[in-house]
Design a binder for this molecule. Structure first.
Ligand code: COA
Length: 122
């Protein structure tokens, strides 16, 4: 699952306008921010035909690895319950080992300890 070398227009927009980082492959992407010891994966997306093959988990692993290398110890993810597929997204985050942290306005915030030794997922 090699990362794209040429960034999409969306990636360039995110970097210029918002300062967000992105990992893109042919089949999916994740946008993220690092703030001190906290990694926040904002959005993660895999094309429909490639779902349920572990790609989102692999992309998240890549982001977590580079965040760990920068000293991150905590992964944060959020679910907006009003969005399409929010229930499935929540199941995906829970399957990745994230756990409910708190509510922030309309968002459900989930958290994962990046220092934990895992069995391959994250
Ligand atoms: C959520 C999303 C990124 C998951 O991508 P994916 O590549 O299919 O995820 P994975 O294959 O790594 O899934 C890992 C595990 O998460 C859980 N999971 C993922 N999608 C699920 C779904 N639709 N229903 C139930 N569980 C799901 C499963 O436990 C799965 O393991 P399994 O397939 O062995 O049962 C993808 O469905 C997507 O792009 N959805 C639209 C955008 C979105 O909702 N993004 C997340 C919020 S920002």
């Amino acid at each position: 699952m090699p990362e794209l070398t040429v960034k999409s227009l969306y990636a360039q927009y995110l970097a210029e306008r918002c300062g967000h980082s992105i990992i893109e492959t042919d089949e999916g992407f994740a946008t993220y921010e690092i703030d001190g010891s906290v990694l926040y994966i904002r959005d993660i997306f895999v094309i429909q035909d490639a779902r349920r093959q572990g790609l989102a988990s692999q992309i998240a692993d890549q982001v977590c690895d580079l965040a760990r290398a920068k000293g991150c110890t905590v992964l944060i993810g959020t679910i907006d319950p009003t969005t399409h597929g929010a229930h499935e997204s929540l199941l995906g985050l829970l399957a990745y080992g994230m756990r409910l942290s708190h509510l922030s306005g309309a968002l459900i915030v989930l958290k994962k300890d990046l220092t934990e030794v895992t069995d391959g997922h994250g």
